[in-house]
Structures are given as structure tokens and as C-alpha cells.
Design a protein around this ligand. Structure first.
Ligand SMILES: C[S@@+](CC[C@H](N)C(=O)[O-])C[C@H]1O[C@@H](n2cnc3c(N)ncnc32)[C@H](O)[C@@H]1O
Length: 387
């Protein structure tokens, strides 16, 4: 097996993955993704992103918050395109435990003499500790500064280190690699904090905005609609992906906010893509034959914990009745195969009847519902993609 240098831990905008040491003609490589707090949603995001671009890929494993996919060797990823991926890199070894021991003895895993590292997966890091000790490297393993809580309630350590190593055993096969990209949340956060108009209590996070856009299948230069655009959170992330956008909101103040924010963004990031905002009701949305729709629905009144089950049931029924005519209109004004990635409120055990919505609107359920919740939130969301 050829010696491969471990990739460095930089935040390059896009990184060409190296060819995996296989003998097949297709020249494919395997890439691992360490997913964020909602692995099921993040997995769907990555796969839909590739599908929308007709980029060949095959899912190899999806366990816990780890996803491994096979792609062409010239595939490029930019981790900032995704909302739900924390680290990614190429699988540089795949095989039996016995072969792995040989691989690790013969190859340099980290091209540095003094560094800190973290190991993700289900394997004991002792092998690596011994390896670095044998090489007389000053390697410090770290187990996390802060924790991330997953939907399941499980907490994961989030270390800040020089190298992130993936080391996972699945069905007798070891998958191993070093991350080449880490998600940079500082830039995303700064952008969100610095935009001229903010409306925190209603706004969706940039993370969820990106996920919805990727689930909608929107690609650069497509025209994406957000029929409940508010001050433009989703539109902003879509513009950054070089997608043309159209936003609608019935609240005049929100549309002024969206225009201000998008103008600011276009100047700050030198974006030449088209953006238009319409102050009207989405039931009367203009027919522009959109290529994709991504939106966060209005959750209605701000609720307090005290609401009874009967009231919650009624709120959900009212929501369904409100959404049906709007979704019917969206079906008409989108291209036939265009997708609608949308959030529906879920309160306690009460969820929107997605099947009923599909039947009443003539839309097909393409994906979901996938629950997106936080332990501290009273109202959670179901993410659904219609076609
Ligand atoms: C949850 S907020 C969207 C927040 C948005 N993602 C943002 O970044 O600001 C929902 C928005 O839908 C708007 N809305 C509610 N019903 C509407 C309708 N029938 N047509 C258009 N906009 C509507 C509300 O005014 C509100 O701004």
C-alpha cells in the first residue's frame, strides 16, 4: 500500500480528496462526515445535496453521527455549504483490524511533531497513543471543551484540537481517516449578528436555513422561493450559495427588513445574484415557476407551556387548514419536479398530519417528516420535503 500523508487540519474553502488506495477502475474514494446534533437530518442534507447536482455517490455506512459515502476521486466538498456537518475528510484506510495495524505502523498519520488531536468513532485510541509515542511525537489527546447535545439526548464531546481523526469499526471493517475540513461557525455567527435587521424570536438559525436549502435541491443560479421569508434568513444563506431568490411576506415591516438585509449581504459578499421581495399573501404568490422552495412556516401565536392538549390539537388543526391553500398555490407556481422543504410545528406529541396535507394538496411526500427539536424548546419542528 502506498504511503499517504495525512491531510492537514486547515479550513481550505474546498479540498480535493485524495485517491483511495484501491485497484478498481472507477477511481472512487470514500469520504467520512462527522454530523451535528441531528444526524438523520444531516445525512439527508448531504445525500440530497449530491443528488441535486447529479454527482455520483453511494452510501457506505451511517451509524450514530457518522456517515461514509463513496464518490468520484475528483469530487470536491466545501463543508461551509452544509448546515449539519462538523468535520469531513477522506477515508485513507479501509480493511481488517490486522491490516490496519500494518497500515498504521507503515504510514505517518499526523505530519507534525507536536500537536493535539481527538479521535471520533467506536475504537480505542490506545493504538494511536502508542504509535505517536513510538515516533517520539508530542501528541496530546483531548476529550472536549464543550459538549453538543444530540436529539436523542446523548451528549458528545467537542474538542478543539489540531487534528480530528476518524476511527470506526463497522461489520468487521475499520474505517480510518483524518479530517481535512472543520465547520467554521464564527464567520456564520458574525454574519448573523451583524446584519442590519434582526428579529431573533422568529428567526431560523443559519444552520437550519442551509439544511432546508440543501433539502430543497436548489443549486447555484436556480430561482428559490421562500413564501414566509420574514427578514430573509433563508434567502440570505441561499444568496451566499449563489442561488437567485424571491421572498414573500405579508408583513410589510418584515419585507423592508429582508430588503435591507439582502442589500447589505450582496454588498458585503459581492454577490451579483438576483433577489426580489414581495409584500403580499403567499396564497396569491406570483407564478415564477420556481426551481425550489425552502421555508419556515409561521408557528402562529407564541405559546406558553400552560396550553392544554385540547388547545394544542386545535392549534395544529388550524395550522393545517391555514397551510393547505398556500401549499396548493405553491404546487402551481413551482416547476413540476421542484421540491418544497418546509418546517411544520410539533407541540408535545401533536404533529401535523403530513399524509393529510399531501392528499389535500396533491403534493407527494418526498422525504420526512424528520423531527428537529431542542430539549429547551416548547415547540419543535418536523422537516418535510414535498414534490
Ligand atoms: C417564522 S417567520 C419566518 C422567519 C424567517 N425565516 C426569517 O428569517 O425571518 C414566518 C413569517 O411568515 C409570515 N406569514 C404568515 N402568513 C403568511 C402568508 N399567508 N403569506 C405570507 N407571509 C406570511 C409572517 O409575517 C412571518 O414573518
Amino acid at each position: 500500500m502506498k504511503t499517504q500523508r495525512a491531510p492537514t487540519n486547515n479550513n481550505n474553502k474546498s479540498v480535493r480528496v485524495q485517491r483511495a488506495p484501491t485497484n478498481n477502475q472507477n477511481k472512487s474514494v470514500r469520504v467520512f462526515f462527522i454530523l451535528g446534533r441531528n444526524p438523520e437530518l444531516s445525512r439527508a442534507e448531504v445525500l440530497e445535496f449530491l443528488k441535486a447536482r447529479n454527482r455520483p455517490h453511494k452510501e457506505i455506512l451511517f451509524e450514530e453521527n457518522f456517515l461514509v459515502i463513496e464518490v468520484n476521486e475528483n469530487e470536491k466538498f466545501d463543508i461551509q455549504e452544509f448546515g449539519g456537518v462538523m468535520w469531513l475528510g477522506q477515508v485513507t484506510f479501509e480493511g481488517t483490524q490486522q491490516k490496519f495495524m500494518k497500515y498504521i505502523n507503515q504510514n505517518e498519520i499526523v505530519p507534525a511533531d507536536k500537536f493535539s488531536y481527538a479521535v471520533f468513532g467506536n475504537q480505542d485510541a490506545q493504538v494511536l497513543k502508542d504509535k505517536f509515542k513510538g515516533e517520539k511525537k508530542k501528541a496530546m489527546i483531548k476529550h472536549g471543551r464543550k459538549q453538543i447535545q444530540f436529539q436523542s439526548g446523548e451528549k458528545h464531546e467537542l474538542p478543539k484540537v489540531d487534528f480530528y481523526i476518524f476511527y470506526y469499526e463497522y461489520n468487521g471493517t475499520i474505517y480510518f481517516g483524518t479530517a481535512t475540513q472543520s465547520y467554521d461557525n464564527t464567520e456564520v455567527k458574525n454574519r448573523d449578528m451583524n446584519k442590519p435587521v434582526r428579529r431573533e424570536f422568529l428567526a431560523i438559525s443559519p444552520r437550519l436555513s442551509k439544511i432546508l436549502i440543501n433539502l430543497s435541491g436548489a443549486k447555484p443560479h436556480d430561482l428559490l422561493l421562500d413564501p414566509f421569508c420574514g427578514i430573509g434568513g433563508i434567502l440570505q444563506e441561499a444568496l451566499l450559495k449563489r442561488i437567485n431568490v424571491h421572498g414573500i411576506d405579508k408583513d410589510k415591516r418584515a419585507t423592508i427588513g429582508a430588503e435591507t438585509n439582502l442589500k447589505w449581504l450582496a454588498t458585503q459578499y459581492k454577490i451579483g445574484n438576483r433577489y426580489t421581495i414581495e409584500n403580499s399573501d403567499s396564497r396569491r404568490a406570483s407564478d415564477l415557476q420556481f426551481s425550489a422552495i425552502a421555508t419556515e412556516t409561521p408557528l402562529g401565536e407564541i405559546l406558553r407551556e400552560k396550553v392544554s392538549d385540547k388547545q394544542v390539537k386545535q392549534i395544529i388543526l388550524n395550522f393545517e387548514a391555514y397551510m393547505i391553500p398556500i401549499l396548493r398555490r405553491l404546487k402551481v407556481i413551482k416547476k413540476p419536479f421542484a421540491k418544497i422543504a418546509i418546517t411544520f410545528p410539533t407541540i408535545r406529541l401533536f404533529r401535523v398530519n403530513v399524509q393529510k396535507i399531501a392528499e389535500k394538496t396533491g403534493l407527494k411526500i418526498y422525504l420526512g417528516p424528520i423531527l428537529e427539536s431542542r430539549p429547551d424548546q416548547f415547540i419543535s419542528r418536523d422537516i418535510v420535503v414535498f414534490q
